[in-house]
Design a protein around this ligand. Structure first.
Ligand SMILES: Nc1ncnc2c1ncn2[C@@H]1O[C@H](COP(=O)(O)OP(=O)(O)OP(=O)(O)O)[C@@H](O)[C@H]1O
Ligand SMILES: [Mg+2]
Length: 282
């Protein structure tokens, strides 16, 4: 029988000690062209936790991720990332933050004219702080994490949709971010390929204890993350017995009409009496 998840810390590459709360939205509101999109959105993401965010198309999920990166500023409210309030930061101050917070965009957003190696190395090449040999090692490490080392000299057009998603993840994790923002990482993929992506997210969560926000349309993805752990010895994701699931650092938030109408663990989500949520998760 599978044991409780083993969250070994010795492989975590980030050297900085992470605060207990890695990301916090406090009464955040934003609107576009006189239309209010989000109103008083508050939530906290704890160190090592993955929070899945659900909501219908246009409910503001991507907007939340963009605000967490400082790409968009809220009209009111405060956003704290890794212990720092980011709402008042200037662009150059946000640069360092974006090294510690990685985003995997809704579409993989790879550069078609660059090889996989150049795509994955992009951030490190731009920073210009590492030698070519060090960058190559980091590219190999990131591609090995997503099990795509053999594609290093290929171009995105030569890859399947699922492989492109995995390269996009490799590109994001190459800087060893402490917080990951995934925007619909399985969108448009078949269920089997989606599962390989979710397995990577579980691996990132359980091996590196990276905190993440996961925007997804697929409830199944988040449920899988709430009921599985990554077995490092076997190098694969495994189901947890029901009694051990409570220890999984996974939470669920549901957005509706600009507000978070639910924020809690899998058990409370399944037990909720709210009719809208019941319909949503059924
Ligand atoms: N920069 C912007 N300027 C104007 N309107 C915007 C901007 N960004 C987002 N919006 C609007 O805000 C709404 C929410 O957008 P957002 O992309 O956050 O939704 P979403 O929940 O991610 O949707 P989907 O599930 O389709 O990805 C949309 O109506 C969109 O048109
Ligand atoms: Mg979106």
């Amino acid at each position: 029988m599978a044991g409780p998840p083993v969250f070994a810390g010795e492989q975590k590459p980030a050297v900085r000690p992470s605060p207990t709360i890695t990301l916090e939205f406090a009464q955040v509101s934003i609107g576009f062209e006189e239309k209010q999109l989000l109103e008083g959105v508050s939530f906290r993401l704890h160190h090592g936790e993955t929070k899945a965010i659900f909501g219908v198309a246009g409910s503001g999920k991507s907007t939340i991720l963009k605000m967490a990166l400082g790409l968009l500023k809220p009209d009111s409210g405060k956003i704290f990332v890794l212990g720092e309030e980011i709402t008042g930061l200037e662009e150059d101050e946000l640069f360092e933050l974006r090294r510690r917070v990685g985003i995997v965009f809704q579409e993989s957003a790879l550069f078609d004219s660059l090889t996989v190696r150049e795509n994955v190395a992009f951030r490190l090449l731009e920073e210009g702080q590492l030698s070519d040999a060090e960058i190559e090692e980091r590219v190999r490490e990131a591609l090995s994490f997503v099990e795509l080392e053999h594609t290093v000299d290929m171009y995105p057009s030569e890859l399947s949709g699922g492989m492109r998603r995995r390269v996009a993840i490799a590109r994001t994790i190459i800087t060893h971010p402490e917080v990951l923002l995934y925007d619909s990482p399985t969108g448009g993929l078949d269920p089997v390929t989606s599962n390989t992506i979710i397995e990577l997210l579980v691996k990132q969560r359980d091996v590196y204890q990276t905190s993440s926000l996961l925007v997804t349309h697929r409830l199944q993805d988040a449920f899988t993350m709430g009921t599985h752990y990554f077995d490092r010895a076997a190098n694969q994701m495994r189901p947890l017995p029901a009694g051990a699931r409570v220890g999984v650092p996974m939470s669920f938030a549901i957005l509706r009409d600009g507000c978070i109408i639910f924020d809690g663990n899998l058990k409370s989500l399944r037990e909720t009496g709210d009719a809208y949520i019941r319909e949503y998760i059924s």
